[in-house]
Design a protein around this ligand. Structure first.
Ligand SMILES: Cc1cc2nc3c(=O)[nH]c(=O)nc-3n(C[C@H](O)[C@H](O)[C@H](O)COP(=O)(O)OP(=O)(O)OC[C@H]3O[C@@H](n4cnc5c(N)ncnc54)[C@H](O)[C@@H]3O)c2cc1C
Length: 381
């Protein structure tokens, strides 16, 4: 194979969108993915206006919108269904010139994969280490094979072995809560509102998708890798959330055990550097965040555009990566830190403290939240 301009490790949202962005700027790419095929987990994902603008810049907004659902509001509710905070996403759409979308991850992945040109994706190749040399970076795979890269873009997610090798101690950090997710067929009418219910038994999120599908998630506090949680069934979740307002129970009634996806929630404590000579970390490999702000994939899409743009302007790869590092660090660290804090607030389970939190949030001035949204969504690519 001809040595390509850029080698990407990982075919998730970060890796695929970066491949597309680089090809659009005239770079050749090679992408190595560990899984036997590129495929997303069976869950939904929300894409905030900054992500939709990134997709617009990639020429993908119309296709993603056609497969997704435009969210009309995002409401935080208490256990009895009373409103704690409502974000009118239609107003945000006007203000930040892009909607808030929800989409099945499989659809987003399919669209991204279909836009990577040529036979450049190699599956079944798990990168285990990388070594810089005078020609660039040599990657070693689990099967003992190697690949010489002129520039190496590492997008292999939170458990990235190359990041662990390059940044010692950069292990995932458990957030203290665990999460079940599912996409189900649901006949009930949810309109376009996404909701997140904060109560003493945990958090329950409901996100409408097109075609009468619903993406839901449930987070409860638990020890890491808890054997009790590992064996949780829909019935256990039903018991856990039985005191919550409808349609929580009804949605669980429409869920089968085989629909459940279970993960402990973890992030990466901000690392001081993303660029190391001709090697750079992007997406979750560099700045994995807890999902509380719904920004992990959004930031991965931003990475793709910023990286392709700096490489177009700086044909010296190391210079381009260094500039990327400067442009992306503050913003992605902000997301990781804010999301971590928000998770701590949202997961309060002591009933008195949870009640006080809800009351304070209802009374809180909207200025801080608006400032945060402006920072996240008011971007131009
Ligand atoms: C419960 C939950 C809900 C979330 N909700 C949202 C949301 O609503 N909105 C949002 O913006 N974000 C959300 N996120 C975050 C989002 O899922 C991630 O930030 C995003 O998927 C990161 O994409 P990535 O490509 O960087 O990493 P990944 O999705 O982890 O992709 C990495 C890819 O690399 C491959 N790989 C792994 N190791 C290797 C290796 N050694 N060699 C080669 N390939 C390898 C993997 O198979 C995978 O294909 C959520 C996360 C969670 C856990």
């Amino acid at each position: 194979m001809k040595t390509p301009d850029c080698t990407i490790i990982g075919g998730g949202i970060a890796g695929l969108s970066t491949a597309i962005a680089l090809q659009q700027k005239g770079f050749s790419v090679a992408l190595f993915e560990s899984a036997p095929e590129i495929r997303a987990v069976g869950a939904g994902i929300s894409l905030a206006p900054n992500a939709v603008k990134a997709l617009r810049a990639l020429g993908l907004e119309a296709e993603v919108t056609a497969k997704g659902k435009v969210l009309e509001s995002m409401d935080i509710l208490s256990q009895d269904g009373a409103s704690i905070n409502i974000v009118d996403t239609q107003l945000l759409t006007e203000k930040y010139h892009a909607p808030h979308l929800a989409i099945h991850r499989a659809d987003l992945h399919q669209i991204l994969l279909s836009k990577v040109l040529g036979d450049v994706v190699r599956t079944g190749k798990r990168a285990v280490s990388a070594q810089q040399n005078t020609d660039g970076v040599e990657v070693t795979f689990h099967d003992g094979s190697t690949h010489q890269a002129r520039a190496l873009i590492v997008a292999d997610g939170i458990h990235s072995p190359i990041r662990k090798q390059t940044v010692p101690g950069s292990e995932p950090r458990y957030a203290g809560y665990t999460c079940w997710r599912a996409v189900i067929n649901y006949p009930g009418d949810l309109s376009g509102a996404a909701t997140e219910t904060w109560g003493p038994k945990g958090r329950f999120g409901i996100v409408p998708l097109p075609n009468h599908q619903v993406y839901w998630f449930a987070c409860i506090n638990a020890p890491a890798n808890d054997s009790r949680c590992k064996n949780f069934t829909v019935d256990d979740l039903f018991v856990q959330f039985r005191d919550y307002h409808e349609p929580v129970s009804d949605i669980l009634k429409h869920t089968r055990n085989e629909d459940l996806l279970w993960n402990d929630i973890a992030d990466l404590k901000p690392i001081p550097q993303y660029a190391f000579g001709r090697l750079v970390f992007i997406g979750d490999a560099g700045h994995a965040t807890t999902p509380n702000l719904g920004q992990g994939a959004c930031q991965a899409l931003e990475d793709a555009l910023v990286l392709s743009s700096v490489l177009e302007k700086n044909r010296d790869v190391a210079d381009g990566f260094r500039i990327f590092d400067v442009l992306r660090k503050k913003r992605t660290h902000y997301v990781v830190n804010r999301s971590w804090m928000l998770g701590k607030v949202a997961q309060v389970e002591q009933p008195l403290a949870a009640g006080l939190r809800n009351m304070l949030l209802r009374l809180a001035p909207t200025g801080a939240a608006e400032k945060q949204m402006a920072y996240l969504y008011d971007v131009v690519f």
